[in-house]
Design a protein around this ligand. Structure first.
Ligand code: AMP
Ligand code: MG
Length: 276
């Protein structure tokens, strides 16, 4: 995953989970910053956010490409923070953020992709998923909410679903925010201690924390089996929020840039048209 050369740049290649490669999150340093430092990173993030704003405006105007951004990670890994600090570059006109919680009775009465398919991006739109269909092979696997024979066939189903979306014109970027157990402890403790963060804490988070190893096994398998050429996973070292923002902003900007969205020419309008 991480390349041999250190230093700046090339975050996309370094953080990409190469299709078919083995993933062991235990071997990925969540403190990695590839030689970047906070002060200069913040300047670069600001520049990338400006690029993202401009790219999204063109994307929306052109009404052609569809972009799906998936955020996954254990509790307190920074999914919400990434939306606050990176996705804020996008104008809400043409961008929507969707959080996937415990399925409601109607959702439970359907297949697991049903609620997801309804909110994939249309032409010119960006959808940001805070959790996603991957929960079907994460929490549902870890808690045996469905039997193994059911969740084990979902990897291929997810790949087929994503491949269909891509073939129909969607660009998919999937970010896994990687923190370690100590960092999660610090963040959960901060949630408990800070009245402005307490609303995020649930007693159930402690039970989930005990299942750390099971979650890591589930993440490893999802990353390994579902990082494809069409819909790649990126593992983002996320102990440092500033590096997480830098990496996600950099990869998102490079990916939207590659779509080369253009303002449409508009109607044929006489050059000397005077508005009365
Ligand atoms: P949060 O992201 O903190 O708002 O929490 C959302 C909760 O919904 C998490 O505890 C997830 O584990 C849970 N959740 C999301 N998708 C599913 C699912 N498919 N089945 C069960 N629980 C889920
Ligand atoms: Mg939570």
């Amino acid at each position: 995953m991480a390349g041999k050369t250190r230093g700046r740049g090339g975050l996309r290649d370094r953080l990409l989970v190469k299709p078919g490669s083995t993933v062991n999150l235990a071997d990925v340093d969540p403190n990695e910053t590839f030689g970047h430092v906070k002060v200069t990173a913040e300047v670069k993030v600001a520049a990338d956010l400006e690029r993202l704003t401009s790219l999204q405006e063109r994307l929306w105007a052109e009404h052609r490409h569809r972009v799906l951004i998936v955020l996954q990670g254990i509790d307190a890994s920074g999914k919400d923070g990434t939306i606050t600090h990176v996705m804020r570059a996008f104008n809400p006109l043409g961008c929507r953020v969707v959080g996937f919680g415990v399925p409601n009775p109607v959702e439970l009465a359907h297949d697991y992709l049903w609620r997801v398919h309804q909110v994939v991006p249309g032409n010119g739109e960006i959808s940001v998923f805070n959790r996603s269909h991957y929960e079907a092979v994460l929490v549902e696997r870890v808690h045996s909410l469905v039997p193994q024979e059911v969740w084990s066939r979902r990897y291929d189903q997810i790949n087929a679903f994503e491949q269909m979306l891509v073939e129909e014109g969607t660009t998919i970027l999937k970010f896994f925010l990687h923190i370690d157990r100590d960092e999660q402890k610090r963040r959960l403790q901060a949630r408990v201690s800070n009245p402005t963060k307490r609303w995020k804490f649930k007693m159930g988070d402690l039970a989930e924390r005990k299942l750390w190893a099971d979650y890591m096994a589930a993440f490893n398998e999802a990353l390994m089996r579902c990082s494809t050429e069409q819909a790649p996973w990126f593992v983002i070292p996320a102990n440092h929020n500033w590096f997480r923002n830098l990496a996600v902003g950099d990869i998102a900007a490079a990916s939207l840039d590659a779509l080369d969205p253009k303002y449409p020419p508009g109607e044929q309008i006489p050059k000397d048209l005077k508005i009365e």
